[in-house]
Design a protein around this ligand. Structure first.
Ligand code: ATP
Ligand code: MG
Length: 419
C-alpha cells in the first residue's frame, strides 16, 4: 500500500473544525491589531536561510530540505517564515510603501527532524511579523496578541507565557564569555551537540533537551545579571507594559531561541500537556535581521504559532464537529429529482447545506441515510407528493411530519424557525 511520506500528515475533514476556528480567530484578531496577510513561496534560495537563521543553528545545520533544481540552483523548502517575510519586505521595498508594516502568514513549514508525537516534517505555523518599531510597549502588545489568541481558543489555562531578554551587541558578547567560562568547566558532561556548540553558539546550550545539559543550564550564570543598563530598562518596561495589558507571564532565563536573528526580547508559549514537546509558540525581537539580509536598518518583532500543537490543545478543551446537512432530499425517481433539483440548488446558493440522493434507493433506506448524516429535516418527494406538487418534510428530531409547497421561501422559513 502506498502511504504518505514519514513525518508528513493528512489533515482529514473531521479535524477541520479545529483548523478553521484557529484560522478564523487568528485572522480576525491579527487584523484588529492592524496586521495584513502576506503569502510567501514554499521554496527559497538556500542562502536566505543560511544568512537569515544562522549557519550554526539546528535548523540550518541538520533540519533543512535542501536540493539542487534542474538549473543547478541550491534551494530549500522553507523551515520557518520570518526570513522569507523579511526577504519579501526588502524585495518589495515595503518600508517605503506603507506607514505601518505588520504582516501575518499561515502555511506549512518543512524540517527534516525525527518524527514523533508533536514533531512532524511538514507542520504548519501562524506567523506574525511587525517591522519598523522598537519599543517595550510594542513588544508587550505582540505578546498580548499571542496570549489573547490562546484565550480566544480557550487554551489559555493550558499555556504559560515565558519571557526573557538576551541582550544586545554590547552586553551579549560579555555574557557569552562568562557563559563559555562556566560551561568549559563542565565540558565532559555536555552532550555531543553541546560540545560543538560551546565555541560556536554557547547560548544554544541553555536550550538543549538533553537531561544532563538541562541540569548544567539550570545552574549557569544568567543573562539577566549581565544586561547593560539600556537592556535592563527595556526589559523592565516591557514587563511593566505586559502587566498593563493584563497578560500573565513568567521570566525564564533559559529561553534563548534556536535562531540566530533574535535580539533583546524573546518569549515562548509553553505547555505541560503535550509530553516532550512543550513549545506551542515562540518569538522575539530581531533588530538586525533586515539589515543583515541586505535591507534597510529596520527593527522587527514577531512570533510563530505551531498549528498542530495548538490544535492538539484545543482538542483537549473542546469538542467541535463538522456541520451537518440541514435538508436531506429523499427522491423516488428521476422525475422527483427533476421536480426538486432547482430548489436544492437555490438553497445551496443561500449557503444552506443540502444533500440529495442520486442513486436509486427505497425511500426507507434514504431515510436511514438522512439519519446517519444527522440531517435536520428529510424532505420526501414520492409518488403522492409529485401528484400534488408538494413535499413531505420530516423533522428528524421530534419526528413531526407535514406537507408543504416546495418553495425556497418555505424552506428558508424552516431554517429560520429552527436555526
Ligand atoms: P522545538 O523546540 O519544539 O524544536 P523550535 O524552537 O524549533 O521548537 P520554532 O522554530 O520556534 O520551534 O517554531 C515555532 C513553533 O512551531 C514551535 O513552538 C512549535 O509549536 C512549532 N514547531 C516547530 N517545529 C515543529 C515540528 N517539527 N513539528 C510540529 N511543530 C513544530
Ligand atoms: Mg526545533
Amino acid at each position: 500500500m502506498l502511504k504518505a511520506v514519514r513525518g508528513f500528515k493528512d489533515v482529514l475533514p473531521e479535524d477541520m473544525p479545529y483548523w478553521h476556528l484557529l484560522g478564523e480567530e487568528a485572522r480576525s484578531l491579527f487584523e484588529s491589531y492592524g496586521y495584513r496577510e502576506i503569502r510567501i513561496p514554499v521554496l527559497e534560495k538556500l542562502e536566505l536561510f543560511q544568512r537569515g537563521i544562522g549557519s550554526t543553528t539546528d535548523i540550518v545545520e541538520k533540519e533543512m530540505y535542501v536540493f539542487e533544481d534542474k538549473g543547478g540552483e541550491l534551494l530549500a523548502l522553507r523551515p520557518e517564515a520570518t526570513a522569507c517575510i523579511a526577504r519579501a519586505f526588502i524585495e518589495h521595498r515595503l518600508d517605503l510603501k506603507h506607514t505601518t508594516n505588520k504582516y501575518y502568514f499561515f502555511g506549512p513549514m518543512f524540517r527534516h527532524e525525527r518524527p514523533q508525537a508533536g514533531r512532524l516534517r511538514q507542520f504548519h505555523q501562524l506567523n506574525v511579523e511587525a517591522f519598523g518599531v522598537r519599543s517595550p510597549s510594542m513588544d508587550a502588545e505582540v505578546m498580548a496578541m499571542l496570549y489573547t489568541l490562546a484565550r480566544k481558543l480557550h487554551i489559555e489555562d493550558a499555556v504559560s507565557l515565558e519571557i526573557n531578554h538576551i541582550g544586545c551587541a554590547k552586553c551579549r558578547p560579555i555574557y557569552r564569555e562568562i557563559l563559555i567560562n562556566y560551561l568549559a568547566g563542565q565540558k565532559d558532561k555536555l552532550c555531543k551537540d553541546c560540545k560543538r556548540r560551546l565555541e560556536r553558539n554557547p547560548l544554544r546550550i541553555l536550550d538543549c533537551k538533553n537531561e544532563t545539559c538541562k541540569e548544567i543550564a539550570l545552574n549557569a550564570p544568567r543573562i539577566m545579571d549581565h544586561l547593560c543598563d539600556e537592556c535592563r530598562r527595556y526589559f523592565e518596561e516591557t514587563l511593566d507594559f505586559l502587566s498593563v495589558c493584563d497578560v500573565p507571564f513568567v521570566i525564564n532565563p533559559l529561553i534563548v531561541r534556536g535562531l540566530d536573528y533574535y535580539t533583546g526580547t524573546v518569549f515562548e508559549l509553553t505547555t505541560t500537556e503535550l509530553g516532550a514537546q512543550n513549545a506551542v509558540a515562540a518569538g522575539g525581537r530581531y533588530d538586525n535581521l533586515i539589515e543583515e539580509l541586505g535591507g534597510p536598518s529596520v527593527p522587527g518583532i514577531g512570533f510563530a504559532v505551531g498549528a498542530e500543537r495548538t490544535v492538539a490543545l484545543m482538542r483537549k478543551r473542546m469538542k467541535l464537529e463538522e456541520k451537518k446537512p440541514t435538508f436531506f432530499f429523499a427522491v423516488l425517481d428521476a422525475e422527483a429529482k427533476r421536480f426538486i433539483i432547482p430548489v436544492v440548488l437555490s438553497l445551496r446558493e443561500k449557503k444552506i447545506r443540502c444533500e440529495m440522493e442520486h442513486e436509486e434507493k427505497s425511500l426507507k433506506s434514504q431515510m436511514r441515510k438522512a439519519n446517519k448524516l444527522g440531517a435536520k429535516y428529510t424532505v420526501m418527494v414520492g409518488e403522492d407528493e409529485l401528484k400534488k406538487g408538494k413535499v413531505t418534510v420530516r423533522n428528524m428530531k421530534d419526528k413531526n411530519q407535514f406537507e408543504m409547497e416546495p418553495s425556497v421561501e418555505n424552506f428558508l422559513r424552516l431554517v429560520e424557525e429552527n436555526p
